[in-house]
Write a protein that binds this ligand. Structure first.
Ligand code: OSB
Ligand code: MG
Length: 371
């Protein structure tokens, strides 16, 4: 049993090294709530993946997650004792939605629990590898030439898959330029829900470029139109925003709304649900891969541990930390070698907090003691 003596919530803003443009907006920094759980001499840590200010990816923002964490979720668990992450998740389960807020607590508890057992998180999740293949997600660039340049740089760094962000009016142009220069790289696109079924012609055009998949072309809350689109094109669809649970994954795969699933721990409410999405996808012979939300070393370490499960058979988005940050908040450098990200070794998520760096990027701290 682990008693949660105290929970700390920090608001952290990390400046990004690059301007990250997607169909829904531009990011120049990453804002998140970092949760630390204290039990005896042990700690567990995780970060939110909620949106900065505007709910543009899904519904949750840092402000909504923090409100639910403070008013509803933290008061239900602080001072209480839990013997498994599932037990803690069970206390949060009656409350609807707010999966990103629930996930940060569930994930921090997995880290704490794994440290208490002196085991790596990957081992407790059932992971089978000590390194995971990774690709890179490249934001929208100002021109086709700039797109080819940025792709060339990342191909040279060994990334095993290049994903281009696209939006209506900026899709076939960058893809055809990149394909002409790199005929055989593993190439994908991510539309972040910017298209509708009226854009079928564009998807038929994209069919000509041998993409491994097209990620989340249609609405963030849709699977029915995705099934219609999938029936009309050759390229596999990959669902990201549309999948919030293993139940969603089951329905989407049953309807053939896609053939690949991007798993993000925060989006589905935690590691246990992420593992259930992984398992249900395996039952449908649908490969999965581990997505990213521009996480710091803390969230990235969680993602790498999850991605050691066997059905994570496509390269994920957990690229090198040095690509995103001048300075990360973890002591360990999370860097890829030849397109492989080594599992951070040691108990829990295998990384430790650089307190000086964390303090530097912290905007506010709040402590929740046991009542
Ligand atoms: O759709 O996968 C996405 C980043 C923020 C929000 C949504 C997405 C992304 C990425 C970046 O693609 C992945 C990463 O490098 O962490
Ligand atoms: Mg995506």
């Amino acid at each position: 049993m682990l008693t949660l003596d105290r929970i700390e919530l920090r608001l952290v803003r990390l400046p990004l090294k690059f301007r990250f443009e997607t169909s829904f907006g531009v990011a120049t920094s990453r804002y998140f709530a970092l949760i630390t759980m204290f039990s005896g001499g042990l700690t567990g840590v995780a970060e939110t993946v909620s949106d900065d200010i505007f709910p543009l990816y899904r519904e949750e923002t840092v402000a909504t997650s923090v409100a639910i964490l403070k008013d509803v979720l933290i008061p239900r668990i602080v001072g209480k004792a839990f013997s498994t992450p599932e037990q803690l998740a069970g206390v949060l389960a009656p409350f609807r939605g707010n999966r990103m807020a629930k996930a940060v607590l569930e994930m921090a508890f997995w880290d704490l629990w794994a440290r208490s057992l002196n085991a790596p998180l990957s081992q407790l999740l059932g992971g089978t590898r000590d390194a995971v293949p990774v690709g890179v997600s490249l934001g929208i660039q100002p021109s086709a030439e700039a797109t080819v340049d940025v792709v060339a740089r990342h191909v040279a760094q060994g990334y095993k898959r290049i994903k281009l962000k696209i939006k209506p009016g900026w899709d076939v142009t960058p893809v055809s330029a990149v394909r002409a220069r790199f005929p055989s790289i593993n190439l994908t696109v991510d539309a972040n829900s910017a298209y509708t079924l009226a854009d079928l012609k564009t998807f038929r055009a994209l069919d000509e470029f041998g993409l491994d998949y097209i990620e989340q072309p249609l609405a963030y809350d849709d699977i029915v139109d995705h099934a219609r689109l999938q029936a009309g094109i050759q390229t596999a669809l990959c669902l990201d925003e549309s999948i919030l649970s293993a139940r969603d994954a089951r329905k989407a795969l049953e309807l053939r709304a896609g053939r690949v699933i991007n798993i993000k721990v925060g989006r589905v409410g935690g590691h246990a649900e992420a593992r259930r999405v992984h398992d249900v996808s395996a039952a449908f012979d649908a490969p999965v891969w581990c997505g990213g939300m521009l996480e710091s070393g803390v969230g990235r370490a969680h993602n790498i541990h999850l991605a050691t499960l066997p059905n994570f058979s496509k390269p994920g988005d957990t690229s090198s930390a040095s690509r995103y940050w001048e300075q990360d908040i973890t002591n360990e450098a999370l860097e890829t070698r030849d397109g492989l990200m080594p599992l951070p070794a040691g108990p829990g998520i295998g990384v430790t907090i650089n307190k000086t760096a964390l303090d530097k990027f912290t905007e506010a701290v709040e402590a929740f003691p046991a009542p």
